[in-house]
Ligand binder design. Structure first.
Ligand code: M6R
Length: 611
């Protein structure tokens, strides 16, 4: 999320920053801005929207100087407008900062600074950091580096920071805590960015900072320290990638990169919303307890992959809250004359926030007087503006047309929301709640484990890449996984695939099974495990090739499997967050085996803005 660039050297900084921002713009395009330090001051230009808007604003502007920082924003705190655009400055106007991540305790720090007389122009957490650094410099007279070291200890959350000070025209300071920061230098320049592509025109020898590290970047040199101020012998990495590979961080395709970003997407979506004691905080949801207690039904509306996360959420909401949930395809919803009133809660899910069918459904629900909450990945999107409340999935920009990391992030946001409703309505015991939160907090590491199945999934993909049909079956939340697995496969590999409720197979679709048809079965997450195994036996008896998503060390499943992917243990309702991953990889590798481009499948667009 967010593209960050910094340059200090003997050339004009602005063109270097703009070029770097162009390389990183895919990381966020809600706004763009630059700050150049020159003649004892900071000159800043910031514009909402894509980099082109900033370039227009810069046309003819006097922004000369050989040290500067730039930022392309993926909005988290505050609307995607000019005022919230980075860089932000401190109260003296001499410190400028860009930031990628979320500072969770920014509100506490802001109150403290306000009490000291600092005024804030933006709604961002970043401006708080700028003002904190500036205030430390002013009160103690220390350097930018020392003030930054004193500041980072007070920050909670994720932050990649890059700072300059007008009176230190040869120093950039960069910080990494859970958000990527890469630094490098050549003979006469020092550089920093949130991604390798921005550095490649200047150097191929880069230092990816580790967590809790700070870099002092000067023309021709880089010094790395830890948060305690001790110098660190940081490892330099030589990068062989060309620019295209670098944008994808070395992955062949954005889809694969995004599949591997899922631990981070899930971690970021939970960040600041759950704590070790099992508490849930959803600041974005401001309905009163009485409003929430008054909800008589929930209706989930969405399209495509978002519909599948809604399908899994139906199980979670009903189980935790005991409120009845209806699930609708957004394109069908308003045409079926649904029954809604002010006690209905409508959840509209859209990663892009711009899907025409979902927007129409949400607007219709509002007109009917329902309470509307949106789940989206894009701040400032139409759905975020139209809904009464928004729960953002902080998955970062998703470039591949096939939704992957946003799906997992939606599942996390929806589960959190379901738990939140249950708590507010007083229907969930505290120990059960904190047990479930614990299981959620374990997910990012478990996702890492599932990603290690890459080789096995690739092998299976080679084996079945020429299949004409695929069938995916599951029960309960496993059915949502089956539907999502089938959608992934058909949209990027163009193989006919059906996702089916396993128990429904015998009512028709089983006629499709013949020798060699691959059947993917989801065996985890259901109390009906024996029935699922029965379904696997039925298709096997008719010659199907079975690909099983199964619990670890499950010998009964193994005896029936042609291929088997073993999943770590989690709560049944959370299993889709793990089980979907091998199916995403399966679709990806099948598409590659068939010589297709997974990022840009035919006939599809990332955001479907027509009905
Ligand atoms: O932006 P949305 O979540 O509303 O998009 C909905 C669908 O268009 C989307 O999920 C689509 O099905 C994807 N290509 C699935 O990978």
């Amino acid at each position: 999320m967010c593209g960050i660039v910094g340059y200090v050297g003997n050339e004009a900084a602005l063109p270097v920053l703009i070029e770097g921002m162009r390389q990183l713009e895919y990381r966020g395009y809600d706004s763009a801005g630059v700050a150049i330090a020159a003649s004892g001051g900071i000159a800043r230009v910031r514009r909402a929207g894509q980099l082109g808007n900033l370039e227009e604003a810069l046309d003819g502007a006097e922004l000369s100087g050989t040290i500067g920082i730039g930022h392309t924003r993926w909005a988290t705190h505050g609307a995607p407008d000019d005022t919230n655009a980075h860089p932000h400055v401190d109260s003296s106007g001499k410190v400028a900062i860009v930031h990628n991540g979320i500072v969770e305790n920014f509100d506490v720090l802001k109150e403290e600074l306000e009490a000291e007389g600092h005024a804030f122009e933006s709604e961002t957490d970043t401006e708080v950091v700028a003002k904190l650094v500036g205030s430390i410099m002013e009160s103690t007279g220390v350097s930018l580096l020392e003030a930054t070291l004193a500041t980072v200890d007070r920050l909670e959350g994720a932050f990649g920071l890059v700072l300059v000070h007008a009176d230190e025209p040869e120093t950039i300071v960069a910080v990494r805590q859970d958000s990527p920061i890469i630094v490098g230098a050549n003979g006469h320049a020092g550089l920093v960015a949130s991604g390798i592509p921005a550095l490649l025109p200047y150097t191929r020898d880069v230092i990816p900072l580790e967590n809790r590290q700070v870099a002092e970047i000067r023309p021709g040199s880089v010094r790395v320290l830890d948060f305690e101020g001790r110098e660190v012998d940081a490892e330099t990495v030589h990068v062989e990638w060309d620019l295209d590979a670098a944008e994808k961080s070395g992955y062949e395709d954005f889809m694969l990169k995004e599949i591997f970003e899922q631990p981070e997407a899930v971690r970021n979506t939970m960040r600041g919303r759950v704590d070790k004691q099992g508490h849930i905080t959803l600041d974005e949801v401001t309905w009163s307890r009485a409003d929430i207690e008054g909800i008589t039904k929930v209706v989930v509306v969405a399209c495509g992959t978002s519909y599948h996360s809604g399908m899994a959420a139906k199980h979670a909401i009903e189980h935790y809250t005991r409120i009845p949930v209806e699930l609708d395809l957004a394109s069908e919803f308003r045409y079926r004359d649904p029954v809604l009133d002010e006690h209905s809660l409508v959840i509209g899910i859209a990663q892009s926030g711009e899907t025409a069918d979902t927007l129409a459904a949400v607007r219709f629900a509002k007109d009917m007087g329902a309470m509307v909450v949106a789940i989206t990945n894009v701040a400032g999107s139409s759905i975020a503006r139209d809904a009464d409340a928004v729960l953002f999935t902080h998955a970062g920009p998703e470039i591949g047309v096939a939704a992957t990391k946003t799906f997992l992030a939606q599942l996390v946001a929806l589960n959190l929301f379901a738990l939140y409703l249950a708590r507010e309505r007083g229907v969930m015991e505290a120990d059960k709640l904190s047990e479930t939160i614990d299981a959620m907090r374990a997910l990012p590491d478990q996702i890492e484990e599932v990603l290690t199945l890459q080789g096995e999934v690739h092998r299976a993909a080679k084996r079945y890449a020429d299949a004409r049909d695929f069938i995916f079956i599951g029960r309960g939340v496993g059915m949502a996984v089956a539907l999502e697995g089938a959608l992934k496969l058909k949209e990027i590999s163009y193989i006919h695939a059906e996702g089916y409720a396993a128990g429904e197979l015998k009512h028709g679709a089983i006629a499709l099974i013949e020798g060699g048809v691959p059947v993917v079965a989801i065996l985890t997450g259901t109390a009906l495990y024996d029935k699922m195994l029965g379904n696997v036996q039925e298709v096997k008896a008719r010659g199907a090739e079975t690909i099983l998503i199964a619990p670890r060390n499950d010998e009964r499943a193994r005896s029936l499997a042609n291929e088997m992917f073993e999943m770590p243990t989690t709560k049944p309702l959370l299993t889709p967050i793990l089980d979907t991953i091998p199916l995403q990889m399966l679709a990806y590798f099948v598409a590659k085996e068939r010589g297709l481009s997974p990022d840009k499948p035919r006939n599809l667009a990332k955001s479907v803005t027509v009905e």
